[in-house]
Design a protein around this ligand. Structure first.
Ligand code: AMP
Length: 610
């Protein structure tokens, strides 16, 4: 098939913003494509060589493209660069210069789609010594044989900047129109014109089936090839496969727990909504573990600790293959507390320093769904069944756990659970349907999952001066030192120190060293009489020092004693995400922030979220 057919279609697609016109152009293109190359053609139209989830980028550098254009057209590199600066698009520059040259030379061999694809593959795969020269040669060869319009799209494709503005769903529409009506109705266009109500209904069903297949395999090329070679039968044969990402299920949102329970038929499985990064884990014992982000990017290389944790927790005696949906939540290994989700961003997109980042920004994996187990597709099964499978396959460890959940039909139990989720540092809950039709809806936002987040945002307006009253033994790098401190505010009325947080962040290595020595001198065998704590520290300290602490917000918590029962029965105040700012050697423990001050700060910080 001639590449010029593709180039001409791309040109026309670029000229329209109307989705229906784009679809019609694609239908025209797909109808004339031999089934053997439809997969490649679809990837090329997406501006890629492989499905999205294979992180193989074309990514030719601008410099190299300029060199190749200069070489092929006979213009100096400076001239190519000058035109590029003016036009802002090397594709158009190549088109213009190739056009001038082609007036002078004979047309060479027409470029075929197959040849273009093979050359681009060669370019993407070139690595090591001599890679630049090989890329240059491959680019020059196809540019040499390209017509002007072809040069425009070739250059943009190799730069990784095709950007036709065609959404995946438009390609799916076009594929369904082109290939689905073949069942009994002849060719695509005739079917389009002669459509009866029945046919239209059948087509809608087909369209839904095509989209479903895409949601399961996340690969438009695969869907296209199956359709072109086996029609709807072929598409229905697409199944989940460990190693190939599934488009994630998404949640709807409602404003009250009552509405949520109502919507889910009066009963639901409530789960903590962890604030981290979604990770879809594909486990194949004896082969590999692959991790995909919510955008289906392969992030395995960035999270070797997650892979190790999964392999440790996975019950590989009884199982060998699974797809598991999880949230990776940053946490403090010393205090066990969750950290702001932004901490994971330090781990993303890294090629170097991966191991260090894993140590500096550890995550805990909270598993919440299972789509495939040992070749058995569970995505279609009701949620409770999937959850059971999840419980069987993992032995919870300090790095892999099941999401906290509660099956309930009781409104007040649900509200308490929501409160517990917030107290544990989560942003809310996700309520999940447990009905017969609670299948995993890949790629869809539906009412099977409903999220409920707190409706206020709070920020701690000031730092607090707190007193260390206990300490915890450190692990890993902090072995032999204190890993975290139990911090308290001062209750003036009762002249005692009431706890508000575990502080494990913000210490330098030297600081940790000196702090362990200084506070160590204040150690007492039991909790000091002026300290009020329900938490058990490894070591107890005489309240003596004052540390200034920065926090994200003040929350209510059942595990801390500051202002216990003042705002809510069974809860005290806690500082979330505490971080040491500085030691206040100028202050006495009785000068620390008082419990009353914290209560006032709590009241002031609440702001409604619009
Ligand atoms: P949102 O991003 O606000 O639409 O919320 C949905 C996201 O919450 C999912 O994509 C997950 O990354 C995350 N999440 C955290 N905990 C859970 C859970 N228990 N069940 C489902 N999703 C969860």
């Amino acid at each position: 098939m001639d590449y010029s057919v593709l180039a001409e279609t791309y040109r026309r697609i670029e000229e329209t913003t109307k989705r229906l016109e784009m679809t019609a152009l694609l239908v025209g293109l797909f109808s004339g494509t031999p089934p053997g190359i439809i997969r490649k053609l679809v990837y090329l139209t997406q501006g890629r060589l492989y499905p999205d989830f294979m992180s193989i980028e074309l990514g030719v550098a601008d410099r190299l493209a300029i060199r190749a254009i200069a070489f092929v057209t006979g213009y100096p590199e400076e001239e190519v660069t000058r035109r590029w600066m003016k036009e802002g698009d090397l594709g158009l520059v190549a088109e213009g210069l190739v056009a001038v040259k082609k007036q002078r030379t004979l047309f060479s061999e027409p470029l075929t789609v197959e040849r273009v694809y093979a050359s681009l593959q060669g370019i993407a795969g070139a690595s090591g010594a001599g890679a630049q020269e090989l890329k240059m040669k491959l680019i020059a060869e196809i540019l040499h044989d390209a017509r002007p319009l072809e040069a425009r799209f070739l250059v943009r494709t190799m730069l990784g900047r095709l950007r036709l503005g065609v959404a995946d769903m438009t390609i799916l529409d076009a594929l369904a129109i082109t290939f689905a009506p073949r069942e009994g109705t002849g060719d695509a266009r005739a079917a389009e014109e002669a459509a009866t109500a029945d046919e239209l209904a059948a087509r809608r069903r087909n369209r839904a089936a095509v989209e479903h297949a895409y949601n399961l395999c996340s690969d438009l090329g695969e869907v296209a090839e199956r359709l072109a070679t086996g029609g709807m039968e072929g598409v229905r044969g697409i199944r989940l496969e460990a190693g190939r990402p599934v488009r994630p299920m998404l949640a709807e949102r409602l404003g009250s727990m009552e509405e949520i329970l109502g919507k889910l038929g009066g009963k639901a499985s409530l789960e903590y909504k962890y604030d981290g990064m979604r990770i879809q884990s594909h486990i194949r014992i004896g082969k590999e573990v692959r991790l995909f982000s919510r955008q289906l990017e392969n992030v395995t290389g960035q999270f070797p600790d997650v892979t190790a944790a999964i392999l440790q927790a996975f019950n590989s005696r009884d199982h060998e293959e699974a797809i598991v949906d999880c949230e990776a939540v940053p946490f403090n290994t010393e205090t066990g507390e969750f950290l702001p989700f932004q901490e994971v961003s330090h781990r993303r997109g890294r090629k170097y320093g991966v191991e260090e980042a894993a140590e500096d920004y550890p995550v805990i994996l909270m598993a919440f769904d299972c789509l495939l187990l040992d070749g058995r597709e569970l995505a279609g099964a009701p949620y409770p069944e999937r959850r059971k499978a999840l419980a069987r396959m993992f032995r919870p460890t300090d790095r892999v756990q099941m999401s906290e959940s509660l099956l309930t039909s009781d409104l007040s139990a649900a509200e308490q659970f929501f409160q517990k989720a917030l107290d544990s540092g989560c942003e809310g809950i996700v309520a999940k349907s447990v009905s017969e039709d609670s299948a995993y809806r890949a790629g869809a936002r539906g009412w099977q999952w409903i999220k409920f987040k707190r409706d206020y945002k709070s920020e701690m307006e000031d730092t607090a001066d707190l007193v260390p009253v206990g300490a915890f033994a450190g692990h890993g790098k902090r072995k032999g030192k204190y890993g975290a401190l139990l911090m308290a505010a001062y209750n003036k009325d009762l002249d005692r120190f009431e706890t508000v947080c575990k502080l494990g962040t913000g210490f330098s290595d030297e600081m940790l060293e000196s702090m362990t020595a200084e506070l160590g001198a204040q150690r007492v065998p039991q909790r000091h009489a002026r300290v009020e704590s329900t938490m058990k520290a490894d070591y107890w300290l005489v309240p003596s020092a004052v540390y200034e602490v920065l926090g994200a917000e003040i929350t209510l918590s059942p595990v801390h004693t500051a202002g216990f029962g003042k705002l809510r029965s069974g809860s005290g105040l806690a500082i979330r995400f505490p971080r040491l700012k500085q030691v206040r050697a100028d202050k006495r423990p009785e000068d620390a922030t008082s419990v009353q001050e914290l209560l006032d700060m709590y009241e002031r910080q609440l702001k409604k979220v619009e």
